[in-house]
Write a protein that binds this ligand. Structure first.
Ligand SMILES: Cc1ncc(COP(=O)(O)O)c(C=O)c1O
Length: 458
């Protein structure tokens, strides 16, 4: 909806004054066109208060799987609010919660059978790690409290999730001391192998070395390993086929639970329902959020295997410690179930695979047209385009190239909203078609061309 100029100005100044936009620096928001107020959406597009239309190249934040403007989901929310908006999740169940838990058991790997619903990816991670610790506690293994996570990972911002994060871009220092007992191991990165090895001769040492760390720590003290099946935080490296089997075997040898963080990968993003389904193993716990409801209602879950859930059956004190007031909210559960039904009905997982293949090819082709593109990689509808000042010599952009501010702006001018800097994340809604991918590629082409021109990179 187009607004009058004075109303737009008034909104922007009130927003800058009172709204704390997450993770952003106020000084950046206050610059020129830095403060963007989104006010509508339709399919892969969003519009803003200034009347502009953008391709939502990140599905919001890897969230809006079924695309924007689904009135069907609004109708489901309305009906459920009229029927029952809330029931105490510490004591009772609701029909939508039972239905959603049943559906999740159907689409996840066979051993995953039980859903513990919370509201955000961070809470799902927090719950999964508490679940792992109490699993061992209930089984009499009371020294098993440490958690292994990977350098370069992102799992959220609550205390435990923040502690397992290994992403360099997150400044954890103001919050120290963090939760003790988190051990970070090396991540997968075949372009810059932390061990300076090459696949296949390396025999996937990035997975195998985890066992050395476990032995060093003492396996009797390790509760869980948490990792994204296919990580975007680390730049969309798709692990080798052997990677997850090696981690699974290590966990089995040392009685450690394997937590697959599917917050981004889940619900079709990678071209399968879940990222872990690209590998021949099953995790003990999965965390899901984002695509579970496509953002139409806040909801997430820690999903447990029967093996895990059975450790909580017994006396009162064996029950899982701690619930959350909005957990298993019936409106959110009803919306999530309807969202999953749309993904099924419209075959969006298959679309992510086939249109994602087209996107991958177009990105590779784009690379041949631009000197600054160092790499493009990904799977399904989850890709990273990596740029350098000079990919041949490995020279990164300079501080005064200001690529982290320049690139989002150049993309915006081409009608694209994306998380962008030297790396651009490309993860459009799963409803995207080939023509829309081509339009997205055109916009990227123009924006990267302009960057090269502005920085005088011929
Ligand atoms: C892999 C992963 N886990 C957990 C989270 C945390 O989710 P939330 O922001 O909903 O708390 C994120 C957020 O991007 C994520 O990417």
């Amino acid at each position: 909806m187009t607004q009058t100029q004075s109303r737009v100005d008034e909104y922007l100044s009130r927003g800058l004054r009172h709204l704390w936009v997450q993770t952003q620096q106020y000084n950046d928001l206050a610059k020129d066109d830095g403060f963007v107020v989104i006010n509508g959406g339709d399919g892969i597009y969003v519009s803003d208060i200034k009347g502009r239309r953008f391709i939502d190249a990140m599905s919001g934040l890897w969230v809006v799987a079924v695309g924007h403007g689904r009135t069907e989901l609004a109708d489901v929310a309305k009906r459920q609010m009229e029927t029952l908006a809330y029931a105490n999740p510490f004591a009772y169940a609701t029909e939508p919660a039972v239905d959603l838990a049943t559906k999740l058991a159907e689409i996840t790997p066979p051993s995953i059978q039980k859903a513990f619903f919370v509201n955000s990816g961070s809470e799902a991670v927090e719950s999964a790690i508490r679940m792992a610790k109490q699993y061992h506690f209930n089984n009499g293994e009371r020294r098993k409290t440490k958690v292994i996570a990977r350098i370069g990972s992102y799992h959220g911002t609550t205390a435990m999730a923040m502690s397992v994060n290994g992403a360099a871009y997150m400044n954890k220092k103001p919050f120290e001391p963090l939760v003790p007992g988190v051990i970070h191991v090396e991540n997968i990165n075949c372009a810059r192998c932390p061990f300076e090895k090459t696949y296949p001769e390396c025999e996937v040492f990035c997975a195998r070395h985890v066992e050395d760390e476990i032995k060093f720590q003492d396996p009797a003290t390790i509760a869980a390993i948490i990792a994204e099946p296919i990580s975007t935080a680390n730049g969309c490296w798709v692990p080798q086929q052997e990677y997850w089997q090696i981690l699974r075997d290590i966990c089995d040898r040392h009685n450690i639970l394997l937590i697959a963080d599917e917050v981004i990968d889940g619900f079709g993003r990678t071209g399968k329902w879940f990222g872990i389904q690209h590998y021949p193993i099953e995790p003990d716990i999965m965390t899901v959020a984002k695509g579970i409801s496509s953002g139409y209602a806040p909801i997430s879950a820690a999903l447990a295997s029967d093996k895990v859930a059975e450790a909580f059956v017994g006396d009162r004190q064996d029950a899982f410690v701690g619930g959350i007031t909005w957990g298993a909210n019936p409106v959110s559960c009803a919306v999530a179930l309807a969202n999953i039904e749309i993904i099924e009905r419209e075959r969006l997982v298959e679309n992510a695979e086939s249109v994602g293949g087209h996107l991958a090819k177009q990105l590779q082709e784009l690379r041949t047209r631009h000197k600054v593109i160092a790499d493009t990689r990904g799977i399904g509808l989850m890709h990273t385009l990596e740029m350098k000042r000079n990919p041949e010599t490995g020279e990164d952009f300079r501080e005064d190239d200001n690529v982290s501010a320049r690139m989002p702006e150049l993309l915006k001018q081409q009608g694209i909203l994306a998380r962008a800097g030297a790396a651009i994340s490309i993860a459009p809604p799963l409803v995207i078609n080939r023509e829309e991918v081509d339009a997205l590629i055109d916009g990227l082409d123009q924006a990267i061309g302009q960057l090269e021109q502005d920085l005088q990179i011929a």
